[in-house]
Design a protein around this ligand. Structure first.
Ligand code: ATP
Length: 643
């Protein structure tokens, strides 16, 4: 068997550069980060040989329209250049075997992938590296000239050309890259990425003027005259960096991953789904100003800025690599934020109240998963209740039985009536609220929490005396017959406010049950069977008619059956509208029918009055023109057909 000769992959560098520029990096600006990072790493490497070696990084702008980055780092021999610089994917900063096991990347270096220099081809057609090694003092200085088409030249320089070990990288811009190398832009970018770099970087323009890049030590590491001065400095930093003055600042310090920084508590509410961006520096270099993975989801009320040595970047170096370390860091930062909240509850109630005012939604989201926080903060959280917007503790003191609605509309409709009957109701319709209120007894034993159901409301409303109930018997029987069609019971009660003629109390379970029954009626045999087997005996809705309401008293006295039925349908329809629940087609038909029916009666009564019939209320008898004789009812049923 003959063996085919082996071949080597060819790499089209232009294609690779396009790939990086358009898909790996978010912007061409990263070229400067890569250059600064290589310079810092080179100095780190040299200092490992000689702790007193100079640490200078100088960026010269306006050099033939491009830039020059000089460092006093470890430098490269000709062999190093071939091995590391001219081989894509090879890096001197990984384990000795050069493998891609990222966990083996040496702790001290920022780079590790061996592709960073390629980012320079996004803005430059040609990169020149002149270097002299600090490892081998006899090795000549070397010049490498690489082009974006993948070709490079290398030559040894005459001795004496480069006085000191170190490296100088020169970029000459591409036609479409010059804006990124323009002096002011370079200064801004260098400060953006390099403010916390551990070695000083300076920018020298073509007039020789020098600007500083670093802004170290980090604002959280500086010495201040007093805690107040520190607080103010941190607040000033948040203002200039994030454009807000924080409610408070939480120090972050996780020595195991060399992480230090601060979490700023946002002064305004944010939507729980909108996660704030965090500024993450890796060994001083800014990795991202919008990293989201750093804190747990629930902590959406902070924006952090941190510098860490222990986390790893993705290859684009614009996000954090998701691994166990990152997950542990996230948990630890979460724990720190939780401790801060616990601390507030113990020692700074004013700030806690301000925090809860702004972020109660966040805290509610958090308390669902965290029993300790639940115990600590649930009593402080505000809820919409029949006593107004109050904390649960305050509410539970006034109401040993806390009733909670399942929806906002249920609360809107029932709350005033329940309140006047002495019931304490919490609006459970907002996100998390019902779940949290139900957990109150865990925190405050002795308090009872129950869902508000139709029976509870009607049981707390005043019953009417037997004589009045008897007098209304005919009306009630008719009302029950009418409402039975809508799976609704009818009860007569006295309640406040007097102005409400009737209310419909219902719950979601009952509504689902009715919906299921409707579907099962319309479905074919198989589905009807399945839906039928899902059925349960959910409570029926209840139309509670207010005996104190003057209109009800009048309606109860209407002798005419058709008008009385239309009036009952109208009452039901109005209560339905007040309940603000979604209307079904049958509900629309009912509203239409009763409205048109009432208009018919009103028009007929007006006609009777105008012709001088003199029958008083115009709906009392079956006499000529009276609507009850059939006209209105017929029209109403016509209307039913139209819908
Ligand atoms: N200023 C410099 N001084 C000394 N060596 C350098 C310098 N710049 C680059 N190198 C060498 O070239 C190699 C490749 O650099 P490159 O920026 O492409 O990748 P890297 O820094 O190793 O990893 P990353 O892709 O994560 O940046 C480096 O590993 C290093 O050995």
């Amino acid at each position: 068997m003959s063996t085919e000769p082996g071949h080597t992959f060819q790499v089209d560098l232009r294609g690779l550069v396009d790939l990086l520029s358009h898909h790996l990096y978010s912007s061409p600006k990263v070229y400067l980060r890569e250059l600064m990072q290589n310079a810092v790493d080179a100095i780190t490497a040299r200092r490992q040989l000689d702790a007193s070696a100079p640490a200078q990084i100088r960026i010269r702008t306006g050099v033939n329209g491009g830039i020059q980055v000089e460092d006093s780092g470890i430098g490269l021999t000709e062999a190093d250049v071939h091995t590391f610089l001219a081989t894509i994917g090879r890096s001197s900063k990984r384990a000795e075997d050069g493998g891609l096991d990222l966990s083996a990347a040496r702790q001290d270096f920022i780079g590790q992938f061996g592709i960073g220099l390629l980012a320079c081809f996004v803005v430059a057609d040609e990169i020149t590296v002149v270097s002299r090694s600090a490892r081998d003092s006899n090795a000549p200085a070397v010049e490498w000239r690489g082009r974006s088409d993948g070709t490079y030249q290398i030559r040894a320089l005459p001795s004496g050309t480069v006085a000191e070990p170190g490296t100088t990288v020169t970029l000459i811009p591409r036609a479409d890259g010059s804006e990124w190398l323009e002096p002011n832009r370079v200064l801004r970018l260098a400060r953006h990425f390099g403010s916390l770099l551990r070695y000083d970087v300076e920018i020298v323009d073509r007039f020789g003027d020098v600007s500083k890049v670093n802004d170290t030590p980090a604002v959280w590491d500086r010495q201040y005259g007093s805690p107040l001065a520190r607080r103010e400095a941190l607040a000033g930093y948040a203002k200039s960096t994030f454009d807000f003055t924080p409610l408070d600042t939480i120090d972050l310090d996780l020595p195991l991953v060399g992480l230090k920084g601060v979490a700023f508590v946002l002064p305004t509410p944010v939507h729980p789904t909108k996660r704030s961006g965090h500024r993450v520096h890796l060994k001083g270099m800014l990795l991202s100003d919008s990293a989201q993975e750093l804190v747990p989801d629930w902590a959406f009320f902070v924006s952090c800025v941190v510098d860490t040595t222990g986390l790893r970047p993705t290859a684009s170096r614009e996000a954090l690599y998701e691994d166990e370390t990152l997950s542990a860091v996230r948990d630890a930062i979460g724990e720190r934020i939780r401790e801060w909240l616990v601390g507030l509850a113990a020692s700074d109630l004013t700030l806690l109240r301000r925090f809860i005012d702004v972020h109660h939604l966040a805290v509610k989201a958090l308390a669902r998963y965290d029993d300790r926080l639940l115990a600590l903060l649930l009593p402080w959280l505000p809820f919409e209740t029949t006593d107004g917007n109050v904390s649960l503790d305050e509410f539970a003191r006034a109401h040993p039985v806390v009733l909670v609605t399942q929806s906002v509309e249920e609360f809107r409709q029932v709350a005033p009536i329940a309140a006047s009957a002495g019931l304490g109701v919490v609006n459970g319709g907002y996100v998390y609220d019902r779940e949290l209120v139900h957990r109150l007894p865990e925190v405050r034993p002795g308090v009872t929490v129950a869902d508000l159901d139709p029976e509870t409301v009607s049981a707390h409303l005043d019953t009417v005396d037997p004589a009045a109930e008897l007098a209304a018997a005919a009306f009630l029987a008719r009302a029950r017959a009418v409402c039975d069609k809508f799976d609704t019971d009818v009860a007569l009660r006295s309640f406040q406010p007097v102005g409400v003629p009737a209310m419909l109390v219902d719950n979601r379970e009952a509504r689902h049950e009715r919906r299921r029954a409707e579907l099962s009626a319309d479905a074919d045999e198989l589905w009807a069977g399945i839906l039928g087997s899902l059925g349960s005996s959910a409570p029926r809705a209840q139309l509670i008619v207010n005996h104190l309401n003057p209109l009800i008293r009048k309606i109860a006295d209407i002798p005419d059956a058709a008008l009385s039925e239309t009036a009952i349908e109208a009452l039901y329809g109005q209560a339905l509208l007040l309940s603000r629940r979604p209307l079904r087609p049958a509900d629309h038909a009912l509203l239409n029918r009763s409205f048109i029916g009432l208009l018919e009666f009103a028009a007929a009564a007006a006609g009777t009055n105008a012709t001088g019939g003199g029958t008083g209320n115009g709906n009392g008898g079956n006499g000529g023109g009276g609507p009850a004789g059939g006209t209105a009812a017929d029209t109403a049923s016509d209307a039913r057909g139209d819908v």
